[in-house]
Design a binder for this molecule. Structure first.
Ligand code: NDP
Ligand code: OXD
Length: 312
């Protein structure tokens, strides 16, 4: 069986090969642009951002594995082969790492870590009294899927109150849940810190813009770990400059890498992180893909399938 890989660049192939040799020695791994590869020999693909039309040129392809949890970079291909499962990469380590990142970002905002980092860079003893215990701030999570649910659980374990918003209503112990467009204003009014863990879809594009930001309590924090296309960066900067937002941790941008002239880089109230919210090890991802392939070969249902009707 042949698995063709386009994730992490050609330099990552030897590591992918070593990982799959450990967990699925029956799979033969080939680089995406290998000139000696016969397209008709490929059974599976592991990709992040394939060039549009390329997957459609693999006539024997049976399943596509995203190398991340969000597969918008694959689903955007207008020639994406239909009727072939597209599997999001959501091993346990992915949700654990995202929960860790979200907890770190929320605590960074409530402790004003950005102010401390700026003062340290100046060699200044900038004594101040952080105004709140994190447990006195309510965190609102937009998107209660695999990532949002784990983040909610980990924040709750820190004693931080959590509310959540999703497309369909959820029932979660200790988390007040809101749903749909009708539930959005009530949800936003509760968020001292807003965390975005939504997928990129037509509905979520541009959602983090001036109207949404104005609906948050004054001085709220923002953690954006969804997708860059969901935010209007000038609106975020304006909200920070006016005091409507007190700080932001932004992990995703459009485009990526963030251009050198972006106002986000030097903004005193923005922490920029380079799309590292959750990056499970290659071994963990290889184990997950290998397990999915085993299940698929047995005719079992695959987990975390992309649904083209919903768009995520
Ligand atoms: P899931 O598909 O498991 O969950 C998506 C959640 O978003 C669901 O709760 C869904 O609602 C909700 N949702 C979708 N559309 C809407 C909408 N229009 N209105 C309200 N709620 C909506 O995805 P994951 O949790 O695995 O991942 C979420 C996203 O996080 C990824 O798509 C990716 O963009 C981002 N991500 C970023 C990473 C990073 O490193 N920065 C790493 C991993 C993921 P419902 O429950 O009703 O279906
Ligand atoms: C993502 C990921 O979807 O890194 O952003 O998993």
């Amino acid at each position: 069986m042949i698995l063709v890989v386009k994730s992490g660049g050609e330099a990552a192939l030897p590591e992918w090969q070593a990982c799959f040799a450990e967990v699925a020695p029956q799979l033969s791994l080939r680089w995406w642009d290998d000139p000696a590869l016969d397209p008709a020999s490929v059974d599976y693909a592991l990709v992040w951002d394939p060039e549009p039309g390329r997957l459609a040129r693999l006539p024997r392809l049976r399943a596509i594995f995203g190398s991340g949890a969000g597969v918008d970079g694959i689903a955007a291909d207008p020639h994406l082969p239909r009727g072939i499962p597209l599997v999001r990469c959501v091993p346990p380590e992915a949700t654990q790492r995202m929960g860790e990142f979200v907890a770190w970002a929320v605590l960074s905002l409530t402790k004003d870590a950005r102010r401390m980092a700026i003062a340290q860079a100046r060699g200044a003893w900038d004594y101040f009294e952080p105004p709140f215990a994190a447990a006195a701030r309510t965190v609102g999570i937009m998107g209660l899927g695999a990532m949002g649910l784990r983040s909610a659980t980990m924040l709750r374990a820190l004693g931080i109150p959590v509310v959540g918003w999703s497309r369909t209503r959820k029932a979660l112990d200790g988390v007040e849940c809101f749903a749909g467009a009708a539930g959005l204003p009530g949800f936003l009014a509760r968020c001292d810190v807003l965390v975005c863990l939504l997928p990129a879809t037509d509905e979520t594009r541009g959602i983090i813009a001036a109207p949404l930001l104005a609906s948050l309590p004054r001085g709220a924090g923002l953690v954006q770990v969804g997708r860059g296309v969901q935010q209007v960066l000038p609106d975020i900067v304006a909200a920070l400059d006016s005091g409507q937002l007190s700080g932001a941790v932004l992990d995703v941008f459009d485009p990526e890498p963030l251009p050198a002239d972006s106002p986000a880089w030097a903004h005193p109230r923005i922490t920029v992180t380079p799309h590292v919210g959750s990056l499970p090890s290659r071994l963990e991802r290889a184990r997950y893909v290998a397990d999915c392939i085993t299940r698929f070969e047995r005719g079992e249902t695959l987990p975390n399938l992309y649904d083209p009707e919903r768009g995520y």
